[in-house]
Every structure is written in structure tokens, then in C-alpha cells.
Design a protein around this ligand. Structure first.
Ligand SMILES: NC(=O)c1ccc[n+]([C@@H]2O[C@H](COP(=O)([O-])OP(=O)(O)OC[C@H]3O[C@@H](n4cnc5c(N)ncnc54)[C@H](OP(=O)(O)O)[C@@H]3O)[C@@H](O)[C@H]2O)c1
Length: 322
């Protein structure tokens, strides 16, 4: 199978916003859409897809759709329900890629909503990846997804699925940007035939506001702004490109997929216009040198979400708030 290296991200896009953003993305030429059951915007995406299919401008096989198991459904008996609902919401008979959204399962909720107990996210401490993976494989057998993968998994977690599964994971979607380049994981994936897909590819500038709004702030966390980095700004100036385009171009040259999110049609189009210039090896190396390793990680679990830290499959090494 082939996956377009760039897709449109939709996290934090409301149903109404994705109606505009996904339409603009298809118009601009994107043929890869990233969503999730938990984003609650799949029906908006489904509406746009139906319009495009009905008009004859797009065939189902021309677009690559990714969705994810709702963390409240990360249990063998609930995974198929999560996918069935996603398919219904999207108006599709199959997705191209179905992934486990997060290694940590949350307490089951029929509607797929996070629940909170004593002010903290209720987690399911019994998450069993190998048992869940068997159901993921069944989803392929049943033709409900073409392929299966994971998100936010460590190498150890991926290796366990490779050793115990019948179908190997083909993809791991992780936080990845110029300040957090995940070299070991990318290397492993390249050697083992997994696609690495970068979320937050331009640094997720909306993350701080989101964390404040949802009470998931990690105390003392300093947010980084790769779009303001002098190295990035200088390269952008040279090519007459925006910092976002330079950050995306760097990742594409690094050999990873990118799924920048925008709800603004102008920025949606801008983010796709990265194939008409190329970083020289010196520029590429200068950007490679901006990697901060773990210190560059922006997605952490604090505040109301700090309960996930006690889950046996939780893995983010450094956390300042519990
Ligand atoms: N698997 C996971 O756990 C996980 C976690 C996070 C994200 N994701 C996926 O990855 C996608 C991307 O990650 P993300 O949304 O966190 O971060 P991102 O794509 O790095 O950044 C998105 C933010 O940047 C702004 N933006 C987009 N294009 C821009 C441009 N050209 N110039 C300036 N600002 C721009 C957007 O605002 P506007 O909308 O106003 O343009 C939005 O606030 C998500 O949408 C989601 O599909 C997955």
C-alpha cells in the first residue's frame, strides 16, 4: 500500500471547521486525511467526502483515510464498536489505516467520552495490547480497514506486537518536529518497514491554549516555538517560504509522513506547497542539529490527565507534575 506523505490533520477542528478545512484540503490536492473517533469531527469529514464522491471529483480509492481507536474503547470487546462508529460517521465501508490512538486505555464509556473521577481522568489499568491487537487484525480480515498500526507507542511496545501478532504494525504516529526528531524510533521504523508519521509537525502552536482549556497543563512546562527559530526563519527567507513550510519540508526530507492541521483554507493550501523547493544538505544538517531530544517533547500529561502516569503502559520519561 502507499500513503501520501502529507495529510491534513484535524485534531481540535470542530465538525463545522472540518467542513471547510477538509474541503479546502481536497481542493488543494491533499489525498490523506487524519482523524480519530475521539476528535468528534468524523461526521463533518464524512459530509465533505460524500459531496466529493457524489460529484464524481473523487473516487474512494484515491483518498487515504486514517482513524483511531477511541481510548475509552481500548479493550478487545470494544475496538470493533469504535471502528464501526467511525465508519458510520465517515460514511465509509473501510478506512485505509486504523490505529491504536494511545497505549493507555481510558475507562469505558458508551459514547466514547473521557470520564473524570475526583478531578482526574479515569483510566483502565488493565489494557492488554496483545489481546487488542488480535481484534485489530480481525478488522483487517473483515475488510473494515486495509491496514493497522499504532500511535504514541514506544519501540518496546511496538516490538511486543511484532513478536506476538500475526499482522505486523505498519505505522506509528508520534509527536515529531524539528525540536523532537525521535531519531532512534525513525531509524527502527525504517529498518523494520514501518511508516513514521509526525504529529505536531510544526510544533502544535495551539497546544498551550488547549492544555489551559482542558486543565491538562504540566506545571513548569515551557512551550517551544519552532516557527520562530532563527535557523528556520533564515531558510524561510532564502526560499521565500513560510517557517511552517520549511519545518514540513525538513520532515519530508527526513522521510517521515506529516499531518499538519489547519482550519484556515489559506494555511491548508500553504502547508501543501512544500514540493517546489529542497533544503541543501547543509540546511538539512543545520535543522537536524536543532533536535533537543526528550527536552523537545511538547505533549505531556499533567493536571486532570496526570492519572495516566500511573498506567502500566504509560511511558513518557520526564514529567514534572503528578
Ligand atoms: N495521535 C495523537 O495522539 C495525535 C496528537 C496530536 C495530533 N495528532 C494529529 O496530528 C495533527 C497535527 O498535530 P497538531 O494539530 O497538534 O499540530 P500542528 O499541525 O503542528 O499545528 C497545528 C496548529 O498550527 C496552526 N497552523 C497550521 N498551519 C499553519 C501555518 N502554515 N502557519 C502558522 N500556523 C499554522 C493551526 O492553526 P489554524 O488551524 O488556525 O491554522 C494549529 O493551531 C492533528 O491535527 C491530528 O490529526 C495526533
Amino acid at each position: 500500500m502507499k500513503m501520501p506523505i502529507i495529510g491534513i490533520g484535524t485534531w481540535q477542528g470542530t465538525k463545522d471547521e472540518v467542513l471547510v478545512a477538509v474541503d479546502a484540503a481536497l481542493e488543494a490536492g491533499y489525498r490523506h486525511i487524519d482523524t480519530a473517533h475521539v476528535y468528534k469531527n468524523e461526521t463533518g469529514i464524512g459530509t465533505v467526502l460524500k459531496k466529493w464522491f457524489d460529484s464524481g471529483k473523487l473516487k474512494r480509492e484515491e483518498v487515504f483515510i486514517v482513524t483511531k481507536v477511541n481510548p475509552t474503547h481500548l479493550r478487545p470487546e470494544h475496538i470493533e464498536k469504535s471502528l464501526n462508529e467511525s465508519l458510520e460517521n465517515l460514511g465509509l465501508e473501510y478506512v485505509d489505516l486504523f490505529i491504536i490512538h494511545n497505549p493507555v486505555g481510558w475507562k469505558y464509556s458508551e459514547e466514547g467520552n473521557a470520564t473524570f473521577e475526583n478531578g482526574l481522568l479515569a483510566v483502565d489499568m488493565t489494557t492488554d495490547h496483545v489481546a487488542c491487537w488480535k481484534v485489530m487484525e480481525e478488522m483487517v480480515d473483515k475488510g473494515k480497514t486495509k491496514s493497522i498500526g499504532v500511535s504514541n507507542f514506544t519501540l518496546k511496545q511496538v516490538k511486543r506486537l511484532m513478536e506476538n501478532g500475526r499482522i505486523k504494525p505498519v505505522y506509528n504516529q508520534v509527536e515529531l518536529h524539528v525540536y523532537f526528531q525521535q531519531k532512534e524510533l525513525v531509524e527502527f521504523n525504517k529498518k523494520n518497514g514501518l511508516v513514521t508519521c509526525a504529529y505536531a509537525p510544526i510544533g502544535s502552536p495551539g497546544l498551550e491554549t488547549f492544555n489551559e482549556r482542558f486543565g491538562s497543563q504540566v506545571e513548569g512546562h515551557v512551550y517551544l516555538h519552532p516557527m520562530e527559530d532563527p535557523v528556520v526563519l533564515e531558510i524561510a527567507k532564502k526560499y521565500g517560504k513560510t517557517p511552517a513550510q520549511v519545518l514540513l519540508r525538513h520532515l519530508v526530507q527526513y522521510g517521515v509522513g506529516v499531518i499538519p492541521k489547519s482550519s484556515n483554507p489559506k494555511r491548508v493550501k500553504e502547508n501543501l506547497e512544500i514540493f517546489d523547493f529542497e533544503l541543501t544538505s547543509e540546511e538539512y544538517e543545520n535543522m537536524k542539529a536543532l533536535d533537543k531530544g526528550e527536552a523537545g517533547r511538547q505533549f505531556q500529561r499533567g493536571g486532570r490527565f496526570s492519572s495516566t502516569i500511573k498506567h502500566p503502559e504509560f511511558h513518557i520519561p520526564q514529567i514534572s507534575s503528578t
